[in-house]
Design a protein around this ligand. Sequence first.
Ligand code: IMP
Ligand code: MG
Length: 180
Amino acid sequence: MPVVRGKQIEVLYSASAIAQRNLELAKEIAARDYHDLLVISVLKGSFIFAADLIRAMHDAGISPEVEFIMISSYGAGQTSGEIRVLRDIDNAVAGRDLILIDDILESGKTLKYTRDLMLSRGARSVSVVVLLDKHSRRQAAVEADFVGFECPDHFVVGYGMDVAHAFRELPFVGIVTGDA
Ligand code: IMP
Ligand code: MG
């Protein structure tokens, strides 16, 4: 079991399993009839997933524009709080097909807020792709159009995701199981 920062990490999704799934997701996205596609990476947690997925999209023959939005709904801990836009996108979205890229869909509050914001700005469509879906935790009325993996109800780290700002650099997704 990998040990990072003195903690044992149980690997849930390996780097190769994620890479394989990203190719499949990109093909699913390519099979849709999107026009003038703009993908929006929801920072910070999605930055590694987005970087890998847009290159898989290139391999699948799609050429999207890429934007970034930073939404805050969580503090340094693990509880959901107030939702705010910390850093907005620069592009107009009216009439365009958008895909929001996020790491995890949990309560759904973050993605529902972001999707509704983009629809209120006149986006033609707003789809959602997430690496992980913690379906059992859903509170808001939002579903992902593309899901990498159905995730068990554990707090996960790695591949962009953090606990208290740590572990984002891990190339896999795992669970902190205890001290090494
Ligand atoms: P929600 O869907 O609004 O509850 O929030 C989802 C966001 O919370 C994700 O984009 C992550 O940034 C964060 N999050 C939720 N669950 C986890 C987890 O298990 N590990 C790390 N971040 C998480
Ligand atoms: Mg996030």
